[in-house]
Design a protein. Structure first.
Length: 204
């Protein structure tokens, strides 16, 4: 069995993300993770939030191996079998499964802009009435001067793929509003990242 891929940034940011999730979430619920990547986040969150059942997903079928290995190694019984999911292929599921949390870490800037609206619509479709979409990553904000590191990161993303790039929070909010979601909370996390909470009701 080959070693699963490892992301140093996921290993770092899983701690502040978990700390923030703990302040937001009830002790139990059902979570859908979009863009699970290496599976490090779902492994960590499933271990640390055992009252939650986790559904990991990935657009790249090959990446499902990462998730399966990590879940098996950790002997987690609160993680469902990983599924392929491309946010842009709507509807996501044939059946309307309700989730209390849709979690999407570091995807919006590494996917075409159309993925943002698709994420918002899919989350709105699958969230329970009190459920929330949580997105995490770098954003540009009108009222906050961009950091040099985020400007540099944005340039490198766009050089790699012209459809990628750090998103303007105002634009993301517009896509959310079209899907019936509003920004409920903004948490500034280390390394110029934001954890944003979106739901169908105004501020929590
Ligand atoms: C930088 S990685 C982040 C992975 C993981 N969430 C993390 O933080 O380590 C970006 C992820 O976005 C996923 N992605 C890109 N386009 C997508 C799409 N259309 N639907 C779902 N996931 C997508 C990629 O497969 C990849 O897992």
């Amino acid at each position: 069995m080959s070693q699963p891929d490892f992301s140093p940034s996921a290993d770092r940011n899983k701690h502040p993300i978990l700390d923030t999730l703990r302040t937001l979430l009830p002790v139990q619920g059902r979570a859908l993770e979009i863009a699970s990547g290496t599976g490090q986040h779902v492994q960590w969150f499933a271990q640390q939030l055992p009252g939650w059942t986790w559904q990991p997903t990935e657009v790249h079928r090959g990446a499902l191996y990462n998730i399966e290995v990590r879940v098996a190694e950790a002997e987690l019984d609160n993680v469902l079998e990983a599924q392929t999911l491309d946010v842009c292929k709507e509807p996501w599921f044939a059946e309307a499964t309700p989730y209390d949390l849709v979690l999407c870490i570091n995807m919006l800037h590494i996917a075409p802009w159309a993925a943002c609206g698709a994420l918002m619509r899919g989350a709105a479709r699958h969230l329970t009435p009190s459920g929330v979409l949580v997105t995490y990553g770098p954003y540009f904000e009108t009222a906050v001067p961009p950091t040099a590191s985020n400007l540099e990161f944005d340039q490198s993303l766009r050089a790699h793929d012209a459809s990628f790039g750090i998103r303007q929070l105002d634009d993301v909010q517009n896509e959310a509003a079209l899907a019936g979601l509003q920004l409920q909370a903004r948490h500034a996390l280390p390394a110029n990242n934001l954890l944003l909470v979106w739901g169908s009701n105004p501020g929590r």
